[in-house]
Design a binder for this molecule. Structure first.
Ligand code: AMP
Length: 284
C-alpha cells in the first residue's frame, strides 16, 4: 500500500501501472472509512487491476459554518482498513495540492443539482462535481465506484460523465446498512445513543413506504404521507424533504413505478442524514 500526497507522484505511479497493462479503478472518499466505503473498494478490486482510493475532505462541498472542521480524519486507520480490501494506492492530497493553482473554474449543474439536497446545501454539488472532475483528470480511471446512498450525487456524476464525455465507466454500489437498518455514514459518528435511536425512523419510514407500494399503492402523495407519519412519530427528527422521484433527473414522479426513487433527508440534533430506496429493488 502506498499513500501518495502529490498529483505528480500519483501520476507517475499510475503511468507505470498503465504501461504494465493494468486497468485502474478509482474510489473517491472523504475518509473516516466504514463498511460502505470498504464494500466500494471490494467492488473496485473486482473491476480492475489497481485500486486507487482518494481520501480528501473537500472544502468546496461544505457550506460556510458546516462540519468541515470537525469532519472525522484518521488517515492511518483509513489506510490500514483500505489495504485489507485490496486498495493499493491511497491518494490523500492536502487542500493546497488540490486547489493551490486557483478556484476560479467550477463545474456546476442545472436543475437536477438545484432540487432536494441543492435546496438545503447551496453550492454543495458544484463542489462535488468540481472535485470529482479533478479526480477523474488526475487518475484517469477506467472505472469509478460510487455509493447509491448519495443518490443525487451519483445522478449528477452520471450526467457529468455523459454530458462532458468523460471516458470512465461508473459502477454504482447499493447502500450498506448497519444491522439496525441505518445507512452507514461517516456522520453517524456524531450521533448520541438517543439521536441514533431517533435516526432509525428514517429506514423505518422507507421500509413502510416500500411495504405500502408492494401492497399496490402507486400514488406518490400516499407514499410521502406514510413516510411523513413515521418520521413525525420521532420527535427528535426534523424532516428536510421526502422525495418520490424519477431516477434520471430526480424530478417528482407522477406514479411510483419500479425504478422510482424515494429519498429522505432529515436532521437529528446538528447531524443531517440522507437515505433512499429504489422501488422494486430488494434492499428493504
Ligand atoms: P464519502 O466519504 O461520504 O464522500 O463517501 C464516499 C463514497 O462512499 C461515495 O460514493 C458514497 O456514496 C459512498 N458511501 C457512503 N456511505 C455508503 C454506504 N452506506 N453504502 C454504500 N456506499 C456508501
Amino acid at each position: 500500500m502506498e499513500c501518495l500526497v502529490s498529483i505528480a507522484s500519483l501520476r507517475s505511479r499510475l503511468e507505470h501501472a498503465r504501461k504494465a497493462g493494468q486497468r485502474i479503478a478509482l474510489v473517491p472518499t472523504m475518509g473516516a472509512l466504514h463498511e460502505g466505503h470498504l464494500v466500494l473498494a471490494g467492488v473496485a478490486r473486482r473491476e480492475a487491476d489497481l485500486v486507487v482510493m482518494s481520501v480528501f475532505v473537500n472544502p468546496r462541498q461544505f457550506a460556510p459554518g458546516g462540519d468541515f472542521d470537525r469532519y472525522p480524519r484518521d488517515l492511518e486507520r483509513d489506510s490500514a482498513l483500505a489495504a485489507e480490501r485490496g486498495v493499493e494506492v491511497i491518494f490523500a492530497p492536502p487542500v493546497e495540492e488540490m486547489y493551490g493553482r486557483g478556484t476560479e473554474i467550477v463545474v456546476s449543474a442545472g436543475e437536477t443539482a438545484g432540487r432536494w439536497e441543492g435546496v438545503f446545501r447551496p453550492g454543495h454539488f458544484a463542489g462535488v462535481l468540481t472535485v470529482v472532475t479533478k479526480l477523474f483528470n488526475i487518475v484517469q480511471p477506467d472505472v469509478a465506484c460510487f455509493g447509491r446512498k448519495d443518490i443525487q450525487q451519483v445522478t449528477l456524476i452520471r450526467r457529468l460523465v455523459e454530458e462532458l464525455d468523460v471516458p470512465v465507466r461508473l459502477v454504482v454500489v447499493p447502500t450498506v446498512r448497519d444491522t439496525d437498518g441505518l445507512a452507514l455514514s461517516s456522520r453517524n459518528a456524531y450521533l448520541s445513543a438517543a439521536e441514533r435511536t431517533a435516526a432509525l425512523a428514517i429506514p423505518r419510514a422507507l421500509t413502510a413506504a416500500v411495504a405500502l407500494w408492494r401492497s399496490g399503492e402507486r400514488r406518490p402523495m400516499a407514499l410521502e404521507a406514510m413516510i411523513g407519519e413515521v418520521l413525525r412519530s420521532e420527535p427528535g427528527l426534523v424532516t428536510d424533504y421526502i422525495a418520490v422521484v424519477h431516477p434520471d433527473r430526480l424530478a417528482p414522479a407522477t406514479m411510483a413505478e419500479p425504478g422510482t426513487v424515494i429519498a429522505i433527508a432529515a436532521r437529528v440534533g446538528t447531524t443531517r442524514l440522507i437515505d433512499n430506496t429504489i422501488l422494486g429493488e430488494h434492499d428493504f
